[in-house]
Design a protein around this ligand. Structure first.
Ligand SMILES: Cc1ncc(COP(=O)(O)O)c(C=O)c1O
Length: 386
């Protein structure tokens, strides 16, 4: 997911290793030498450091972001017969986690400016069965948490934040992951905070939810070999935790660089007929992806690929149209924006180790593509498809 492997620019996971090679090699060697590879000091320290970074009481390391969502849902007691509202314009994992719990996903549309949940649709989606809502802070832009929390409070819903793409993003000065009852993060290697394998974490201020999540991640054990509840095996391992501890120390600096690159893209592409990303008032976007929109997306993508620049589409097929989900009876509200934008969005190269010259080169190629008349049609304005 989310990779730009064919890009002639350095692939992000490798660049992130080379940038901090000395620190990371020492951290890995330390774990190997100590000989404790599962549930040791590195995981405990990382959980502590990550919870302090966010400003929440507890963080529980798990095997990946999908498990983080699934365990968070189960910790809230979500299961068969419950409905969980989320968006269809997201990684399939968001919706898969709901299905894996035995609950029924209900899909609503996104706002065409931020690509996050259209909160007007959330209220319309609620029924007596609705138990939880999962806002996704897609591409690194926080969802409209004020409105979502108001609706959740009125209706007694759990709020489970999907922070897989928003490590360090803030809304009114508070980091994503602290707004809802519980939050799920992924450390897939391409994420803003990425491991060198799979990893994830659950964050919550609620001691009851934290306690249940801890049991659920390891066979329901409170004491070794005694299962209090039915749990699963989803542990963050020591090597990944040690790597993540190093990378967490640099996350704010890396996000700052992403924001600088996004600013450069916005300046160089402004007024050229593209719908460019925006930041809502009070938001500090962390640009997991820099996504523009154009009706000539496929041609632009091909032109850039022909000139050695790999781009990606996040995501080409909304979840409700994926083969695995199309056959299911998933309740959904009108998804006009979702279905429209998936043919127009393009994620440009984005990671902290891109140079100013590399970003200029991408923008110059886009301009050359325009000049060839291959991308001159104006993109839809956000309001045109809302
Ligand atoms: C929005 C979103 N949610 C959940 C996930 C699932 O994370 P993982 O791949 O670690 O299971 C991802 C990862 O791609 C994601 O982007």
């Amino acid at each position: 997911m989310n990779d730009q492997r064919n890009c002639h620019l350095a692939p992000y996971p490798l660049a992130s290793y080379l940038a901090r090679k000395g620190e990371i090699d020492a951290a890995i060697q330390g774990v190997l030498d100590r000989g404790m590879y599962i549930m040791g000091d590195e995981v405990a320290s990382f959980e502590d450091e990550f919870s302090r970074y966010l400003g929440v009481k507890a963080a529980i390391g798990v095997g990946n972001g999908t498990d983080a969502l699934q365990i968070a849902l189960k910790a809230c007691g979500v299961g068969p017969g419950d409905e969980v509202v989320t968006v269809s314009h997201t990684a399939v994992a968001t919706v898969a986690a709901i299905v894996l719990c035995g609950a029924d996903p209900v899909l609503v549309d996104v706002d065409p400016e931020t690509y996050t949940m259209d909160v007007r649709r959330l209220r319309e989606a609620l029924t007596k069965k609705t138990r939880a809502v999962i806002p996704v802070h897609l591409y690194g832009h926080p969802a409209d948490m004020g409105a979502i929390l108001d609706i959740a409070e009125d209706s007694g819903l759990y709020v489970i934040e999907d922070c897989a793409q928003s490590h360090g993003a803030t809304l009114n000065g508070r980091k994503t992951g602290v707004f809802g009852d519980i939050a799920a993060f992924s450390f897939y290697p391409t994420k803003n905070l990425g491991a060198f394998g799979d990893g994830g974490i659950i964050a919550t201020a609620d001691p009851g939810l934290a306690g249940r999540a801890r049991l659920l991640r390891e066979y329901g054990w409170k004491r070794r070999y005694i299962s209090e509840i039915h749990g699963q095996n989803s542990r963050l391992d020591e090597l990944q935790a040690a790597i993540l501890r190093v990378k967490l120390r640099h996350l704010d600096e890396d996000n700052g660089r992403r924001r600088t690159i996004a600013g450069q893209y916005c300046r160089l592409l402004d007024g050229k007929g593209y719908v460019l990303p925006i930041e809502r008032k009070g938001v500090e976007h962390v640009y997991h992806q820099y996504v523009l929109r154009t009706v000539r997306r496929d041609r632009l993508k091909e032109y850039l690929a022909d000139h050695g620049v790999g781009t990606a589409v996040h995501y080409p097929v909304p979840v409700h149209l994926q083969p695995a989900f199309a056959g299911m009876r998933i309740r959904r509200l009108p998804l006009g924006v979702t279905e429209n934008i998936c043919g127009q969005i393009l994620s440009l190269p984005m990671h902290p180790y891109l140079s100013t010259a590399e970003v200029e080169n991408v923008c110059a190629l886009i301009e050359r593509c325009d000049a060839r008349g291959e991308n001159t049609a104006p993109a839809d304005s956000p309001t045109a498809i809302s």
